[in-house]
Design a protein around this ligand. Structure first.
Ligand code: ARG
Length: 459
C-alpha cells in the first residue's frame, strides 16, 4: 500500500478523482528549482542547530542537485501518487539517498511555509530574470524609434477627433512613459515580496529554534516575515503581481488599439510587418493586425485572473487553507501572458513601418484654431475672448466653403476682429505649432528628446 506523506492517521484510500482534484504537480512542477533551493537552505539551517550531521547534509545536497538535474533535463519521472512539487521532490530524494536521511529533511517544516517560500522565490526570479528585462527592451525600442523618427508629425486626438498636431515620437514617448512607470511599479513589488516565510512551520512557528534570518539570507531574501501566521497565509504578492499584470495589459490594450486604428486603410499611418499580421482564409486581399488584436484581447484574461483569485481567497479563515493552492494557475498564466505580450509588442514596434505622407497629410488647418486664438493672446487679448473669435473664423471658413482657416482673406479676418494683422498667416504652419509647445512634456522636438532621455535614464 502506497504511503502518503501524511498517511499515518488514515485507514481509507483517497478517491482517485479526489487525488487528481487535489494534485497540483501538473502545474507547480514549474517551481522545482525554487523548491530544491529552499530545501537546500532549510537543511543547512537544520544542520546549524544540530538536527543534521554535516555528512547527512552533504548527502542531502548531492541528492537535491541530482533531482535538479533530472528536472532540467526533462528526465524526472513523476509518480501517479505525487501530490505536488514538494512531495515529488521529497519522494525522489528518499529514492536517491535513502529514506533514513531524506526523512529528516522536513523536520520542523511544513508544506505551508515551504510553498509560500517557493512561490516568493519563483516570482522574484521570473520577474527579475524575464519580465523586467523584456519590459526594458520594449521600452528601449520605443525610445529608439522615437529618436529616429523625431521629425514626423501626425494628428493628436482627443475623443478620437483631430485635436492638435503632435510628433509621432511624442506618441511613442507617451507609451514609453506608461511602461516605465509599470517597470518601476514592478520593481517595488519585487522588493516587497522578497521576504522569507521559511521557518514559520505549519503556522505556529519553529519548535527547534531555527535561525530564520540565516534561512532568509541563504535564499537572498531581504529579511523575514515577522509573524508565522501571516508568513504562511499571505498571498498578497500574488494579488499584487496580477494587479500589476492587469494594469500593464490595460496599457498594452490601449497601445494596441491606437495601432489598430492607425493601420486601417482609412488612417493608413502605419503598416504592420508581415511577421505580425495574418491573412484571411476567404478574402485574398486581407492583411489583419492579429498581433495587435491579441494584445488587446489578452488583457481581458489577465483581469479575469486577478478578480478570480481575489474571489478565491476572500473570507478564507486564517491561516493556510487549500483554497490558496488556486493561486498558481492564474499567476503562472498571467506571467506567461504578460511576457509573451511584451515580446510580441516589441516585435510589432520594431518592425512596423510608418507612412509619413499619410500622417502629415491627415493634419488639417482647423487643428491650428487654438494657435489662432493664441495669436491674439500674444497681442494682449484674453484667451476666453480669443477662443470665441477663433471659433468664428472656423465657422466662416466652413460656411463659405473654404478648405481651411488659412484661406480666409485678411479683410475677412479684420472684419471679425480688427486686431488681426497680416502676420496672422504665419501661424498656419504645423511644424511651428508643434515647436511652440516646448515646455516640459510638450511635443516640440527638444521637449520630446528630453522625455526620451529621461525615460532611458530610469531603466
Ligand atoms: N500544493 C499545496 C499548495 O500549493 C502545498 C501546500 C499544502 N499544504 C497543506 N497544508 N495541504 O498550496
Amino acid at each position: 500500500k502506497k504511503q502518503k506523506l501524511w498517511g499515518g492517521r488514515f485507514t481509507g484510500e483517497t478517491d482517485p478523482l479526489m487525488h487528481l482534484y487535489n494534485a497540483s504537480l501538473p502545474y507547480d512542477y514549474k517551481m522545482y528549482k525554487a523548491d530544491l533551493q529552499g530545501t537546500k537552505v532549510y537543511t543547512a539551517g537544520l544542520e546549524k542547530i544540530g538536527l543534521l550531521t554535516s555528512d547527512e547534509l552533504s548527502k542531502i545536497h548531492e541528492g537535491l542537485d541530482q533531482i535538479n538535474e533530472e528536472w532540467s533535463k526533462g528526465e524526472f519521472v513523476r509518480h501517479a501518487s505525487d501530490e505536488d512539487i514538494h512531495t515529488a521532490n521529497e519522494r525522489r530524494l528518499g529514492e536517491i539517498i535513502g529514506r533514513d536521511i531524506a526523512g529528516k529533511v522536513h523536520t520542523g517544516r511544513s508544506r505551508n511555509d515551504q510553498v509560500a517560500t517557493d512561490m516568493r522565490l519563483y516570482c522574484r526570479d521570473i520577474l527579475n530574470e524575464s519580465i523586467l528585462p523584456s519590459l526594458a527592451k520594449f521600452i528601449d525600442v520605443l525610445i529608439a524609434r522615437g529618436r529616429e523618427e523625431i521629425d514626423v508629425l501626425m494628428p493628436g486626438y482627443t475623443h478620437l477627433q483631430r485635436a492638435q498636431p503632435i510628433r509621432w515620437s511624442h506618441w511613442l514617448s507617451s507609451y514609453a512613459t506608461y511602461f516605465t512607470e509599470d517597470y518601476k511599479r514592478l520593481q517595488q513589488i519585487v522588493e516587497r515580496l522578497n521576504k522569507s516565510p521559511l521557518g514559520a512551520g505549519a503556522l505556529a512557528g519553529h519548535p527547534y529554534g531555527i535561525d530564520r534570518e540565516f534561512l532568509a539570507e541563504g535564499l537572498g531574501f531581504q529579511g523575514v516575515i515577522g509573524n508565522s501566521l501571516a508568513a504562511v497565509s499571505d498571498r498578497d504578492f500574488v494579488v499584487e503581481i496580477m494587479f500589476w499584470g492587469s494594469l500593464f495589459m490595460n496599457h498594452i490594450s490601449r497601445f494596441a488599439e491606437d495601432l489598430i486604428i492607425y493601420s486601417t486603410a482609412e488612417f493608413g499611418f502605419v503598416k504592420l510587418s508581415d511577421a505580425y499580421s495574418t491573412g484571411s482564409s476567404l478574402m485574398p486581399q486581407k492583411k489583419n493586425p492579429d498581433s495587435l488584436e491579441l494584445l488587446r484581447g489578452k488583457s481581458g484574461r489577465v483581469f479575469g485572473q486577478l478578480s478570480g483569485f481575489l474571489m478565491s481567497i476572500k473570507s478564507i479563515p486564517s491561516t493556510y487553507n487549500k483554497d490558496m493552492q488556486e493561486d498558481k494557475e492564474p499567476l503562472f498564466d498571467c506571467l506567461t501572458t504578460v511576457e509573451h505580450s511584451t515580446l510580441i509588442a516589441t516585435g510589432v514596434v520594431s518592425t512596423l513601418s510608418i507612412v509619413r505622407e499619410k500622417m502629415e497629410g491627415a493634419l488639417t488647418m482647423d487643428m491650428l484654431a487654438t494657435d489662432l486664438a493664441d495669436y491674439l493672446v500674444r497681442k494682449g487679448v484674453p484667451f476666453r475672448e480669443t477662443h470665441h473669435i477663433s471659433g468664428e473664423c472656423v465657422a466662416l471658413a466652413e460656411k463659405t466653403g473654404l478648405s481651411g482657416i488659412d484661406k480666409l482673406s485678411l479683410e475677412q479676418y479684420k472684419a471679425i476682429d480688427s486686431r488681426f494683422g497680416a502676420d496672422v498667416f504665419e501661424i498656419f504652419n504645423f511644424e511651428q505649432s508643434v515647436e511652440r509647445r516646448d515646455a516640459t512634456g510638450g511635443t516640440a522636438k527638444s521637449a520630446v528628446l528630453k522625455q526620451l532621455s529621461a525615460l532611458e535614464a530610469q531603466l
